[in-house]
Design a protein around this ligand. Sequence first.
Ligand code: SAM
Length: 276
Amino acid sequence: MELTSPSTVRELMDRYGLRFVKKFGQNFLTDANIVRKIADSADLSKDESVIEIGPGIGTLTRELSDRAGNVTSVEIDKKLIPVLEETLQDKENVKVLNKDVLKLLPEDFPDGPFKVVANLPYNITSPVIFFFLESDLDVKSLQFLIQKEVAERIVAEPGSKIYGALSVIAQYYADPEILFDVPAGVFMPRPKVDSSLIRLTKKIPDTSVDKGDYFKVVRAGFANRRKTLINSLASNLGVDKERIKDILIELGFDPRVRAENLSPDDFKELTRRLYA
Ligand code: SAM
């Protein structure tokens, strides 16, 4: 079953009386080569489990099903469930869950390690990345088609204007790499911006700082970008300014430093000293 031609997408949507729902970021892929390239680059084998976020009408799901041992596809829009029952009826290794990915419970995930693959709805990119990196789930990698501008923020270097909490957390808990760009013209409806496929390969967990503390410090550091790091941390964490100043000096920083000048490892040292 070929789902990528624009006329097939339109025919399915019409037959089920559906419209593309903007709040769910519904931009479906209509290019068979791109869909295959995304599935291929997830580097799946038949003994692996995959979670797919937002199967839509099942286009990428079918390709993942051909390459993985089993696929759990999580779709929030209940109106798409009957469509998926039709388009995935021959795919016995696919399980569809009608849920919000950000509200999944531990029992919804496969036993053992798994990969996550998605053409992500643009409005939940950061929450999804934070959700999977903050959890203790056995995630091997996250591979997402996302807005090009967000992919560039994820891999940005310290000191750059676009370096922020998402870059720090993504680079501390994973090795992010942009695999290739995807033009807006291959989606239906066509979005305003280009996209990139990004892969975040999870690193071996660093247990030297508590994850919750690390996330808290990074978020607090970037909460007020125009403030110095001392002021931003003091107001968002309720920690004494003098104490933060002493720690920054100990770490070799000018006390007027801003969050964007600290590397992911600098944030680790800062967290360790604040919460040890
Ligand atoms: N995978 C399909 C494709 O590539 O053609 C559709 C991708 S579309 C960009 C995003 C999909 O995610 C939509 O089907 C949308 O309904 C679904 N979605 C949006 N928010 C979601 C959420 N919080 N949890 C699960 N699915 C969600």
